[in-house]
Design a protein around this ligand. Sequence first.
Ligand code: CAA
Length: 396
Amino acid sequence: MAVATEPAALTLRFTEEHLALQQAVRNFAQKEIVPIAAEFDESGEFPLDTVRKMGAMGLMGIEVPEEYGGAGLDTLAYVLTMIEIAKADASHSTIVSVNNSLYAHGLMKFGTEDQKRRFLTPVASGEKIGAYSLTEPMSGSDAGTMQSRAVLNEAGTHYIINGRKSWVTSGPVADFVVLFTMTEPEKHHKGITAFLIDATRPGFIRGKKEPKLGIRASATSELVFENYLCPVEDVLGKPGDGFKIAMTVLDAGRIGIAAQALGIAEAAYEASVAYARQRQAFGSPIGSFQMIQAKIADMKTRIEASRQLIYNAVLAKERSKLTGERYTLEASIAKLFASETAMFVTHAAVQIHGGMGYSKELPVERYFRDAKITEIYEGTSEIQRLVIARHELGLR
Ligand code: CAA
C-alpha cells in the first residue's frame, strides 16, 4: 500500500511484502489446512494446532503494530490473508477474522495503553484467542435493544454484569472477549458500554455450543454472565460509547467477511473449471457446452467484481487512517456483493459437479454450506442494503 500524504492520492499498490505474504499464506493454507478441513468440518472440533501455527506466522494480529505483538501490516495484507485462508477452509478464516477485526481492531482504536498491553498483545501474537460479543437471543440486527445489564457497584470500582449473549464466534475457546452490554437502558443505544472480559474471572460461563450448517470448525456459543465483576479500568472507550464502538468495529469486520466470501467463491470456481474440463458427457468435456460456459462466465465476472469492491473498501479504510472518516458504505457494499457472489458461485459449483457436488467426497458441498454464513453474520444482506440505502438517501 502506497501511503500518500494526501488521502485522495492514495492508491492500491501491491508491494514485494504483500506478494511474499500472499505466497507464504497460500503455501501454508494449501499444505496444512486443506488436508484437515473435511475432517474438522465433520467433527466440529476447533483446529487449535493450525490456529497456533497461524499465530506464529503473525496472522492473528496482521494490522496490529509489532510493539503490541502483531505483524504491523496493512488492510491489504489482511484481505490477502483472509482470501487465501478462506480458499482452504472458511472455518479457519472465521477464526482469523474475529481475532483480527472484531477483537484486535477495537482494542487498537479505542484501547488505553494499559489495555493494549494486557488484552491486545497476547491475542495479536496468537498466544490467546479473542472474541466479540454483541448479539443476544432477542437482539440481532436490532443491536441497540439488548437485555444484558452492567451496573456500577457502590464503591465505583467494578461493574456487575449479568445476562446472556449468543452466537459468539470463538466463544467456547476465547480467553478475552469484547462485550457490549447495557449500562443505562433508558438511553437505548447511547446507554451501551463496551467491556474487556477476562474468561478466567468468576461469573463468566460458556453456554450452549451452536450446531451449525457451515463453518463447523469455528466454535460458536452462548456466553452467560452471572454477577461477573469487571474492573472500571477494563471499560473499552467511555461508558455509553459501546454502540458506536460496536459499529466501527463491524465496518472493519465486514471487509474481512467480504474477503472470506471471495476466498470461498474462488475455491468453488477453480474446482468447477477443473471439473468442467475433465468431466465428459455426450462424448465431450462438459465445459464445451454453452450452459456450463454461461455459468463459468457469470461466476468469474462476479468474483472479479467482488475483488474490485473489496479493494475499494481496503482503500477507503486506509484513507480513513489519514482522515478519520468512516468507510461504512464501502465496507457494506463489498460485504453485500461478495457474500451474495459466494452463494451464487457455490450454488453454481454444486450444479456443475452434479451428483459429485452433492457428495462429501469433494469439498464443493462444504463451500456451499460455508458460503451461507457470509450473508448472515456481521450484518445480514438486508442490513447491508439498509446501511447503503440510508447513506444514499441521507436517512438515519
Ligand atoms: N460507525 C460509527 N458510528 C455508527 C455507525 C458506524 N458504522 N453506524 C451507526 N453509527 C452511529 C450513528 O451515527 C448514530 O450515532 P448518534 O446517535 O450519535 O447520531 C448511532 O450509531 C445510532 O445509529 P442508527 O440510528 O443508524 O442505529 P440503528 O439502531 O438504526 O442501527 C444498524 C443501525 C445499521 C441497523 C445497526 O444496528 C447494525 O449494523 N445492525 C447489525 C448488527 C450486526 O451486524 N450484528 C452482527 C454481530 S457480530 C456477529 O455476527 C457475530 C460474530 O461473532 C461474527
